[in-house]
Design a protein around this ligand. Structure first.
Ligand SMILES: NC(=O)c1ccc[n+]([C@@H]2O[C@H](COP(=O)([O-])OP(=O)(O)OC[C@H]3O[C@@H](n4cnc5c(N)ncnc54)[C@H](OP(=O)(O)O)[C@@H]3O)[C@@H](O)[C@H]2O)c1
Length: 230
């Protein structure tokens, strides 16, 4: 399948690489193609520059968001939450019609320093904002509650743990769940929370995720829901 991944950060790169390894035809997109190749700095994970990553993954196309909007039969939003609506607008409202938009972004507001707060919460969410702005897109929020390396390789953790799925369209969620399974998620670990308003809950897990990261001093953990025996 042709899949576009919006956002060239660690999440965009990790998801694009996994999709490509799984045999999908992938494009990763940015606000500025020239600028993203000029940035030679390593990121906070010490990963190589985008240029080095791209030459090691030369089968992954690089384009503008507009090109990605045209290219992808499915779109993944892996942009900074504060820029997600803008990036999806650039991909083209018309281009998103009837397409699944997997939203991984979190509405983190770093403007007042650390820890970040949420710029939308309680009675609304970024997932809902995206669905409202692009009413004909099939927005499915998922994978936003864990570190990106775990998203594409859940077996990195010692036990089973959970991934949440939110979205209005059942068929689109089924397609996304199949994609998650291809990433290594067991059926029993995928929790469908319901419609896109349930994104409020998963986005509001971020404040506690950030505090856990502060306590553990690493990001290799995830949430696990445990049931009663009976
Ligand atoms: N890092 C994780 O493990 C993790 C885990 C769960 C969820 N998330 C969420 O996934 C998303 C991506 O995270 P990330 O860590 O890869 O990187 P990020 O620092 O949030 O940024 C990702 C990309 O977004 C674009 N961007 C930044 N500011 C923008 C703006 N104002 N307008 C439009 N585009 C903008 C940039 O791409 P260009 O400069 O190329 O345009 C940047 O490389 C975020 O929403 C984050 O909250 C991250």
């Amino acid at each position: 399948m042709k899949i576009s991944v919006l956002g060239t950060g660690v999440v965009g790169q990790t998801i694009a690489e996994k999709l490509s390894q799984l045999g999908h035809d992938v494009m990763i997109s940015t606000r500025n193609v020239q600028k993203v190749f000029e940035n030679t700095a390593t990121d906070r994970y010490g990963r190589p520059s985008f240029k080095e990553w791209s030459s090691a993954n030369s089968n992954i196309k690089v384009g503008t968001h507009a090109e990605a909007g045209t290219f992808g039969e499915m779109i993944v939003n892996a942009t900074n939450g504060a820029g997600s609506l803008e990036a999806l607008e650039a991909a083209g409202k018309k281009n998103l019609e009837n397409k699944i938009v997997i939203d991984i972004a979190n509405p983190l507001d770093f403007s007042k320093g650390m820890p970040p707060s949420l710029f939308v919460c309680n009675t609304d969410s970024l997932g809902e904002q995206i669905q409202r702005t692009f009413p004909l897109a099939k927005v499915v929020k998922t994978l936003n509650t864990m570190n990106t390396f775990i998203m594409v390789n859940p077996a990195l953790l010692a036990e089973d743990h959970n991934v949440f799925v939110s979205g209005n369209d059942g068929d689109s969620k089924s397609e996304v769940k199949a994609l998650l399974k291809s990433f290594g998620w067991k059926t029993s670990t995928i929790i469908d929370l319901g419609d896109i308003t349930t994104s409020r809950g998963t986005e509001q897990l971020l404040p506690i995720w950030i505090r856990l990261y502060g306590s553990f001093q690493h990001a290799m953990f995830n949430f696990k829901i445990v049931m009663s025996k009976s």
